[in-house]
Design a protein around this ligand. Structure first.
Ligand code: MCA
Length: 507
């Protein structure tokens, strides 16, 4: 598809303008929005932002709950050429301090309940505009844009123009801004639409948050690029999912969605009859879940693999064998290789460092050119940091992560970030944070804490202090007090021993 304008919104336009007034968004209460409504509302918000003299390439930082208006805001940023910077609504003021000072937005959009926090942050960072948008779709952003024109000329976007800035923490605990261009997103979205055979006949059950790649680019991208409709749920809710399954053709989710649906005992062949594919990603899908789900519903979950820096890299096939425990072969146009630590390519079924190359790979880390250069090889492959092997059929298995990263309910948690907060607590000498198998979340965050002799701490006190500094999903699900941490001869904490010692904690 040759686009006259390399703007992701123009890519959506090319499909949506053909589908007339078919509902594109369908809410749980039956409210619907067609293309004209989406077009008008995103045009009004885009006009408001541009009339504030916000220029293409400037950032719009957004911490709001999911609503139809949150989608219109995202599309408005795309069509105005502004950089969309979404923030997890769970982030505390402590976490937001860094994101706002690093992203340097021109405009902030926040939930009305957090207006005072963001007003303070805006003053501190010389940001002149803070608008509100609540989960109910109301707020100053809506009132201020209501009088704007309902037409907007989409920004004529250069190929490497940044569409979105998403942050993914790093081993040091300092988050890194990931610059994704319109071209990255258009190429990956089109690849997924072709691979997963999305058409305007599809109805995607969208229950994912839209502050991350899965819900924002993979789910919305496939739907709007193919003219498919979306059942738009504000968050994952087993009951609502089960209610809508019969009207939908595709569900995308993290493994926790599938284990929770299985736990309801109400997911059956019958209510999954209309679904053509169940897609899972963002965390490893247990083979047990794959088989249990197939037995209960007759569907083999299609597992795929991606990361914020690359969007989707691999997928099990629509037609052909879906191998549980693998994330399928590379997507068309994307090159993967497994390398040893010396940079030699490894043969099939040998575990090594996974590297990826393709139009899906991000532009670089925001304001970190050295770190960007470090994470790419001389021949242009991105070092994912994941350990993997590729079998003789080309199927990739992710077998580990070199960064000790924890994936909890599909969200990445970096131990260092949590350890820094724990070690700052009076009475904590040192800590080690690990991920432990968790029936519901895949992995649960666990902290082993060494107390100082002088102060006796209780688990609830530590949790309370963590909640003031960290988003809920990062908070340890269990605090274990120990006398010492196991260390190797280099005095490095042996987290593998801790993981072994506490592997049955949540089972
Ligand atoms: C919520 N809580 C969590 C998580 N989510 N704890 C650990 N891990 C989590 N993921 C905590 C809250 O802080 C709260 O704690 C309590 O659980 C209840 O909160 P609630 O929001 O009601 O939780 P939930 O509805 O049960 O949410 C669990 C969830 C949700 C449904 C798994 O986390 C979710 O939708 N995850 C999807 C995330 C996602 O979109 N990942 C894609 C990233 P308290 O009660 O103490 O306050 S993109 C990606 O990974 C790559 C690129 C890819 O390939 O897709």
């Amino acid at each position: 598809m040759t686009l006259k304008n390399c703007n992701l919104f123009s890519h959506f336009d090319a499909s949506l303008e053909k589908i007339g007034n078919k509902p594109i968004l369908i809410l749980d209460d039956g409210t619907t929005y067609d293309y004209e409504a989406i077009q008008n509302k995103s045009a009004q918000i885009a006009s408001l932002l541009i009339n504030l003299k916000v220029s293409p390439g400037e950032r719009i930082s957004i911490q709001i709950e999911k609503s139809p208006e949150s989608l219109f805001l995202y599309l408005a940023c795309l069509r105005a050429g502004l950089i969309y910077h979404p923030l997890n609504p769970g982030y505390t003021e402590n976490e937001l301090e860094f994101f706002i000072s690093n992203a340097e937005p021109t405009v902030i959009i926040c939930d009305p309940k957090n207006f005072s926090i963001f007003n303070k942050l805006a003053k501190k960072n010389n940001i002149n505009h803070v608008f509100t948008l609540g989960a109910d779709g109301q707020g100053t952003l809506i009132t201020a844009s209501a009088s704007e024109k309902k037409v907007f000329q989409t920004y004529n976007t250069p190929k490497d123009h940044v569409a979105a800035l998403l942050y993914s923490s790093g081993t040091t605990g300092r988050p890194k801004g990931i610059m994704l261009t319109h071209h990255n997103l258009i190429s990956n979205t089109q690849t997924l639409v072709d691979t997963w055979q999305f058409t305007e006949q599809d109805v995607l059950l969208h229950a994912l948050p839209i502050f991350h790649v899965h819900g924002l680019f993979v789910a919305i991208g496939c739907a709007l690029s193919s003219g498919a409709s979306m059942y738009w749920l504000s968050k994952f809710d087993e009951t609502k999912i089960l209610r809508h399954l019969s009207q939908c053709s595709v569900l995308m989710g993290v493994p926790t969605y599938y284990t929770r649906l299985l736990a309801t005992e109400n997911i059956t062949h019958k209510n999954c009859n209309n679904i053509r594919i169940f897609i899972s990603g963002s965390a490893p899908l247990l083979e047990e879940t794959f088989h249990n789900f197939a037995t209960k519903t007759g569907h083999e979950i299609l597992e795929r693999y991606g990361m914020t820096e690359t969007n989707m890299n691999t997928s099990n096939p629509i037609k052909g064998k879906r191998k549980p425990g693998t994330v399928g072969p590379p997507l068309p146009g994307i090159e993967l290789r497994v390398m040893d630590d010396e940079g030699h390519c490894l043969e099939n079924d040998t575990i090594g460092n996974l590297q990826v190359k393709g139009p899906n790979v991000f532009k670089g880390y925001w304001k970190m050119p050295e770190k960007t250069a470090e994470d790419f090889t001389k021949d242009g492959y991105f070092k994912t940091g994941d350990k993997a092997k590729i079998d003789r059929d080309g199927y990739v298995s992710i077998v580990g992560r070199s960064k000790d990263m924890i994936i909890s309910g599909g969200l990445n948690v970096y131990p260092k970030e949590v350890e820094l907060i724990l070690d700052d607590i009076d009475g904590v000498m040192e800590s080690a944070v690990i991920g432990v198998e968790h029936q519901d979340l895949g992995e649960g965050v666990v902290a082993i804490v060494i107390e100082s002799a002088s102060i006796v701490l209780e688990e609830k006190d530590i949790i309370k202090l963590c909640k003031q500094q960290l988003a809920g999903y990062k908070i340890p699900k269990k605090i274990i007090f120990a006398k010492a941490l196991p260390r190797n001869s280099m005095a490095k904490v042996q987290k593998n021993i801790l993981r072994e010692n506490y592997k049955n904690l949540f089972i």
